[in-house]
Design a protein around this ligand. Structure first.
Ligand code: ADP
Ligand code: MG
Length: 724
């Protein structure tokens, strides 16, 4: 193989790679949740009374008495110390998609000079990180930069084991000293509360008397790429932007579909098992793993859990994926589009709502009565997606995810709902008034249980929909691989709470008006479908016909990029939604808009600077060096009277000049700083910076295909995607 020496060395290193020795896998029962201070652990190390009190807090969120908090903290410290822990940390979830932590020792010293350990209830419950360096969207003035973290007792503390020691981690919320949410957890907890309240109203109207708290569940399928670190370390774009900013397409891509569900490469298998062992220790129920569509792409999906826990676990899983990959000599890429022209990575967020008494309310259930509850909840989702489609789009907007949603890739940037043929027909029949009279002995039997059992067949699913019903849950497929699931979950919970309230109002009026329950349900759903049925679509979401019809005929919005998507957060209807449901105050919502807008701008500017840098300092020198070589060859040959065709040299010179001209334009664009508004700045990034980056890249990728391999400094697509 030719190739420049660093690339050749990388390939040699990979060929000689010795698998990392991992510990012999323990049985699941031995390691399952062994590093988690969950109820089972607490039951063992607390008195009966203390356990009863904490259990109430954990299961209902009821406040914890200071005395009990002290007891729980002491037991937690004992338990952790036995496992070698000396430090603890509140872990919180700022508005970046990452986590943050501040570590404190258990140690204190006495006046006599002894070192003892201490962990009180108040230390457990409250922390005070200097939060000024976290994004807050101008909520906190610099003179009041303090932030508080507070333990979320519904999410159990755990021990994070790393090569550098073990730390007790305490999942926490993060707020300003004036009490505003600065994180992704507070709105999620609030949205669950709103959902519970509205869902309960509907169930009570449906005649239910025993109603346990209603909450959302989430199971997220995580796609990712693994690239050998020997290659990744030679790609500043991968290291700093998480994606390739340059790279010509390989001769062999994913056209052959031979990777999807194929045999998992041995080295990757070792990584997966190592990762899963770590996840099990932390009580994260990793369930499936397989190859994905693109070469070098894989997926991991844990079993679903309550939304709040699932969100914490998902975040922890991403952290562990990156750390474990590193240990195995890989760079784990969670970016939504690491390789142009190759399938991107999403995070399908499977979402349902339910409780302990009525079960999963998005499952049609076994009785006609269950069917009616189901139709109401599912109908409320349809209304929510229709009414708040642009908000859902904003909730998944990022510079990285735009490469999937706005481009010719799954899923489309138009939010529609897929129900499956039969369920779609049921709602269409309701809308058309065909079901209103089909009443058998007082109850309406729509036979949905049977229909939807059949519908669960995965072969029957529409994979082109961004928001699909899959038998007993909705699957939000447009979420990006690197994103926190909290934003989408908050949005779905909140829009559903709002819709359930609407449903409850209508149902109440219909029942008061004298209708029996089944007839009232159908009447409400008929009205709902007349207003919102336009969002239901079962066809090909990728087709250009749909893109046209969705907008022109159905009035849906096609929002290809973040600059156009984020302003939805400033719309009056969205402000009202979040304020009415108590999920986000207008100030909190506005701060989110500002933070996300800044993140969008920043990530594009960082990428653009990298493009300039790499083009100037790596690609231009490679091209000119090769040109110099060609010219001396041509001159040498000409002195022998031999004429060498110089088309290649001319072409390379042209492309090099073109690239550098585009680099100059991009550099100049990056100096522009005076914008009338943050919206204008985002638009500039979307409409000016991005296209200029693409222009540089087009020249560079053409050069990659002309310049001698031994001069090309960046590992190529086929190397990164196929060699491991
Ligand atoms: P597929 O790739 O066919 O979409 P997977 O089995 O890979 O399906 O993932 C489905 C995900 O949905 C898993 O995380 C699973 O636990 C989750 N899930 C299953 N039932 C529910 C439910 N009722 N609510 C939320 N998530 C669910
Ligand atoms: Mg899926």
């Amino acid at each position: 193989m030719s190739g420049n020496s660093a690339r050749v060395q990388a390939i040699q290193n990979i060929t000689n790679h010795k698998p990392v020795a991992v510990e012999k896998p323990e049985t699941l029962s031995k390691i399952w949740a062994c590093d988690v201070f969950n109820l089972a652990t607490m039951e063992q190390c607390l008195s009966k009374n203390a356990f009863k009190a904490i259990k109430k807090t954990v299961t209902t969120g009821a406040p914890l008495e200071p005395a009990t908090a002290d007891i729980v903290a002491a037991a937690m410290k004992e338990w952790a110390q036995q496992k070698g822990v000396k430090f603890f940390s509140h872990i919180f979830y700022p508005m970046t998609n990452l986590t943050a932590e501040k570590h404190d020792g258990f140690i204190i010293t006495t006046p006599e000079g002894h070192a003892i350990t201490e962990f009180t209830g108040s230390l457990l419950i409250k922390g005070e990180p200097d939060g000024s360096s976290f994004p807050n969207g101008s909520i906190r003035m610099t003179n009041a930069a303090r932030g508080y973290t507070a333990w979320d007792p519904t999410s159990p503390p755990y021990i994070m084991q790393t090569d550098n020691g073990a730390t007790l981690m305490i999942p926490s919320v993060f707020m300003s000293w004036t009490g505003e949410a600065l994180d992704k957890k507070i709105p999620l907890l609030r949205s669950n509360r709103a959902l519970n309240k509205a869902g309960r109203r509907v169930l009570e109207l449906m005649g239910e008397t025993d109603i346990a708290p209603i909450a959302a569940s989430c199971g997220a399928e995580q796609e990712y790429f693994l690239v050998d670190a020997n290659f990744a370390n030679q790609r500043p774009d991968l290291l700093f932007a998480g994606r390739t900013l340059f790279g010509a397409p390989p001769a062999k891509g994913q056209q052959f579909d031979d990777h999807y569900f194929g045999a998992i490469p041995a080295r990757v298998q070792v990584f997966m098992q190592d990762l899963e062992d770590k996840l099990y220790r932390l009580g994260i129920p990793a369930k499936t793993h397989h190859n994905e569509v693109a070469p070098g792409q894989f997926e991991i999906a844990p079993y679903y859990e309550s939304a709040n826990i699932a969100a914490d676990h998902q975040q922890l899983m991403m952290t562990l994926m990156k750390a474990t990959a590193k240990k195995h000599g890989f760079l784990c890429l969670l970016h939504e589009k690491p390789f142009a022209g190759v399938n991107g990575s999403g995070k399908h967020v499977n979402w349902s709502v339910g409780n302990a008494t009525q079960g999963n309310l998005l499952d049609p259930g076994k009785t006609p009565h269950d069917n009616l509850n189901f139709l109401l909840f599912c109908g409320a989702v349809i209304r929510g997606v229709h009414k708040f489609g642009p908000l859902l789009r904003a909730a998944i907007a990022s510079a990285a995810n735009d490469h999937r949603l706005g481009a010719n890739e799954a899923p489309p940037a138009i939010l529609s709902v897929y129900l499956g043929d039969q369920l779609e027909r049921v709602y269409a029949d309701i809308q058309a008034g065909k079901i209103a009279t089909s009443k058998k002995s007082g109850v309406m039997d729509l036979g949905l249980s049977e229909i939807l059992t059949f519908e669960r067949d995965p072969g029957d699913r529409n994979r082109t929909s961004p928001f699909a019903f899959t038998g007993n849950r909705f699957e939000f497929r447009a979420v990006g691989a690197s994103q926190s699931v909290s934003g989408p979950l908050v949005t779905m919970n909140t829009m559903l709470a709002d819709s359930l309230d609407w449903v409850a109002d209508k149902l109440e009026a219909a029942i008061k008006g004298g209708l029996e329950r089944p007839a009232a349900v159908i009447a409400v759903l008929k009205e709902l479908m007349e207003l919102h049925g336009n969002v239901v679509f079962g066809g090909d979401g990728y087709s250009s016909e749909w893109h046209q019809a969705a907008v022109d005929e159905r009035g849906l919005k096609n929002i290809p990029n973040t600059a156009d998507a984020l302003p939805a957060l400033r719309e009056q209807s969205v402000k009202e939604l979040f304020e009415k449901t108590g999920v986000l105050s207008p100030v909190e919502l506005e701060s989110r808009f500002e933070v996300y807008a800044e993140q969008y701008i920043l990530s594009i500017e960082v990428e653009a600077k990298l493009v300039v840098d790499i083009a100037k300092t790596q690609l231009y020198p490679a091209a000119t060096k090769y040109l110099a070589e060609l010219s001396s060859t041509v001159n040498g040959l000409s002195s022998l009277g031999i004429k060498l065709d110089n088309t290649t040299a001319s072409l390379i010179a042209d492309k090099t000049n073109g690239m550098m001209a585009a680099v100059s334009k991009l550099s100049a664009a990056l100096t522009q700083h005076d914008f009338d508004s943050i919206e204008a700045h985002m638009q500039f990034c979307a409409k000016d910076i991005r296209p200029l980056m693409d222009e540089v890249r087009a020249y560079a990728d053409a050069l990659e295909m002309e310049v001698a391999d031994e001069h090309w400094p960046l590992p190529k697509y086929f190397e990164m995607l196929f060699i491991r």
